[in-house]
Design a protein around this ligand. Sequence first.
Ligand SMILES: Nc1ncnc2c1ncn2[C@@H]1O[C@H](COP(=O)(O)OP(=O)(O)O)[C@@H](O)[C@H]1O
Ligand SMILES: Cc1cn([C@H]2C[C@H](O)[C@@H](COP(=O)(O)O)O2)c(=O)[nH]c1=O
Length: 217
Amino acid sequence: MPELVFFSGTMDCGKSTLALQIGHNRSARGLQGVIFTRDDRAGQGKLSSRLGLVTDAVEAEEGMDVYAHIVDRVSRGGKVDYVIVDEAQFLAPAQIDQLARVVDDLGLDVFAFGITTDFRTKLFPGSQRLMELADRIEALQVEALCWCGARATHNARTVGGEMVVEGAQVVVGDVNRQADEVGYEVLCRRHHRRRMTAETARAGALSPDVLPVAADG
Ligand SMILES: Nc1ncnc2c1ncn2[C@@H]1O[C@H](COP(=O)(O)OP(=O)(O)O)[C@@H](O)[C@H]1O
Ligand SMILES: Cc1cn([C@H]2C[C@H](O)[C@@H](COP(=O)(O)O)O2)c(=O)[nH]c1=O
């Protein structure tokens, strides 16, 4: 049975790498896929992984009907065996409904990859719709880690190394950015709640007025 599968996790846990691997293994067997993405760090129409691999993709722009895109491709004689969607959190809920229709009406597997929650721990609308509609939700096997060593479950946005909680939901960016840039850091829930990034924890440990993390951790 074809499925809509949502591979979800924090930033930097290997989602794009897995998306590329799934596409590679299928194309090695002669299958042809449509790869969608939205606002990848590498630029429009790209799916990139931090391991250095990048492939061309169709930019799922705002308002684009992804179901119609595939029907159009097939009606022009194109072969489509499966669909991959990276940065799926950025798609609109209506586009996720279109992906479900691709599974049900066209009989294609759809593999969607994305982060579930934003820097304020709120669901992205696209991810919420995926959780509502997916046949299967898969957590990535390789865990991203918080600076304390615990499994990272949340995404923090940082400015100058400090966690911020105000701002637009969508700001394309990366982990390990220079301290003065807007960046992201994955944290465990405990340290996300306390707004303790690697930078502020280090500063706290250096200050004689602050107790060590382990004492209140
Ligand atoms: N230099 C490296 N050597 C080995 N693995 C790396 C290296 N850099 C990044 N990675 C792996 O790549 C993962 C990030 O992959 P990526 O597909 O870009 O993540 P995501 O799409 O979830 O943000 C990291 O969690 C790590 O496991
Ligand atoms: C938490 C959070 C993230 N983003 C952006 C930052 C990146 O461009 C992508 C996530 O990409 P990845 O391949 O999973 O690392 O999402 C955002 O716009 N808003 C947020 O709150």
